[in-house]
Design a protein around this ligand. Structure first.
Ligand SMILES: [Ca+2]
Ligand SMILES: [Ca+2]
Length: 258
């Protein structure tokens, strides 16, 4: 019997059509080999892609066959990121179960108008959290504080497109919804992290997960000028004694225009 391989492939929708090839669309498929990074469109193996697990301080590279081994011990959910020049930053939340199986990862070529806002791991909060919080066992990076602010340029061409803020991965969000979805096991949930674009609130992050896409209102864009994204983490709604920010980790922020 052939082994089953979990295929992790997250693909953006390009003008309404799915830009990936058939073998990588399913959740589980049968493809030989170990961990591999391929081009999502052509299935060609990608050499020299950097695989990192920031919380473990782990980094490795794909060989000429696009193959890599994960010589890291993954227990709780953690974020794995794949970076390669010319491709969109990719990240995925993995756990012990996923990491123990061969991973086939399809990454997408970047488009001219893509803007990478941040490809590092960001920890928002105050470094205080209960052991039952989502992914608390994995937090290693020091918190930046409750707020992340980043300014970046957007061209006037973006006014002819649909523009999205893409969040590669989010872990540690302790909202009521995350609790209901069993992403944590604490009763004292927090308000949802909020996202602002040029001062206008555009979304709340209610759940942990990968590839969260938030549409940017066209009327709020400053064409050929500086634009600003602010992410404000939530507040524990049960801790009346002091302000307790929800500790969360975010990886890979970019703007994609389609
Ligand atoms: Ca906290
Ligand atoms: Ca948290």
């Amino acid at each position: 019997m052939k082994n089953k391989f979990i295929v992790l492939a997250i693909f953006a929708l390009l003008t309404g059509t799915v830009a990936n090839s058939a073998p990588l669309t399913g959740g589980v498929t049968e493809i030989g080999g170990g961990n591999t990074v391929v081009d999502a469109k052509t299935n060609t193996p990608i050499e020299g892609a950097i695989i990192s697990i920031p919380q473990l301080g782990y980094k490795t590279k794909t060989d000429e066959r696009g193959a890599f081994s994960l010589n890291a011990t993954v227990n709780d959910e953690t974020i794995m990121s794949v970076n390669k020049t010319g491709y969109r930053p990719f990240s995925v939340t993995i756990d012990k179960n996923i990491a123990s199986k061969p991973l086939i990862i399809g990454i997408q070529k970047s488009e001219v108008m893509d803007v990478v806002i941040d490809d590092s791991m960001l920890h928002l909060g105050d470094d205080t959290f209960s052991s039952g919080s989502a992914n608390s066992g994995d937090f290693r990076l020091k918190a930046l504080g409750p707020t992340y602010v980043k300014r970046f340029k957007m061209t006037s061409n973006t006014l002819n497109c649909e523009n999205y803020l893409v969040i590669g991965s989010v872990i540690g969000v302790d909202t009521l919804m995350a609790h209901k979805m069993k992403q944590n096991n604490i009763e004292s949930y927090s308000s949802a992290p909020e996202i602002y674009f040029n001062g206008k609130k555009i979304a709340e992050i209610k759940l942990n997960g990968d590839n969260q896409r938030i549409k940017l209102p066209r009327s709020a864009i400053n064409p050929d000028n500086v634009n600003e994204i602010v992410i404000q983490t939530g507040v524990n709604l049960f801790n009346k004694a002091r302000l307790d920010y929800d500790d969360i980790e975010i990886m890979n922020l970019s703007i994609e225009s389609e």
